[in-house]
Write a protein that binds this ligand. Structure first.
Ligand code: SF4
Length: 189
């Protein structure tokens, strides 16, 4: 669609302006650690495909980070396949779709994993710190934490969206790519 097309040169800026918290977190961890475990690579990789990152750009993006830690040969052998796979270029050639919130919320990240939904999987302290970095006021933060305590994670994300962009989101957030698209609509209007 008209909003879904990001290129590599824009990706850092767009990650800060339009990614939901789950994807901001994965993106920042990847930039920081130059690595993500399988669950994180799937969750972020399919999301990026959904926002319009082309396969060649995706390969360049992951390769640039991973090869700060592993050799290019190891990257090509162990990781490039699954990126092409996500784009339907390997194996059964299924064109995999990005994960919806429900799937992400019900995932079970283990130690060292960064996938999942921060509203569901972060400690309260970490979540508050992350919301502070997104610019939420203390009032806005309390509203979000209230939804989290009641296990209404998608509503917590919707309130975050509304606080960040200063506008209502009546449909509610149910998909990270929907969050991205709604955000781009606002920022580009
Ligand atoms: Fe991501 Fe959905 Fe959780 Fe928001 S509610 S952080 S979009 S998984």
């Amino acid at each position: 669609n008209e909003y879904a097309d990001i290129s590599l040169k824009d990706i850092d800026q767009v990650s800060k302006s339009s990614f939901p918290l789950c994807m901001r977190h994965l993106f920042e961890k990847l930039r920081e650690d130059h690595h993500l475990k399988h669950g994180g690579r799937m969750q972020l990789g399919l999301f990026l495909k959904g926002v319009g990152l082309k396969l060649d750009d995706a390969l360049a993006f992951w390769r640039a980070e991973f090869t700060k830690k592993v050799g290019a040969e190891k990257f090509d052998k162990e990781y490039a396949y699954s990126i092409r796979h996500n784009y339907g270029k390997e194996g059964k050639r299924t064109d995999y779709t990005p994960y919806a919130c429900q799937k992400i919320i019900s995932s079970a990240p283990g130690v060292g994993d960064h996938h999942g939904c921060p509203y569901r999987h972060f400690s309260e302290d970490n979540l508050r710190a992350a919301l502070g970095r997104m610019g939420l006021s203390s009032r806005g933060m309390e509203d979000v934490m209230d939804k989290v305590r009641n296990k209404h994670y998608q509503l917590a994300c919707t309130l975050t969206f509304e606080a960040v962009y200063g506008t209502s989101c009546d449909a509610g957030i149910n998909h990270p790519n929907q969050y991205f698209e709604e955000s781009q609509k606002i920022l580009k209007s």
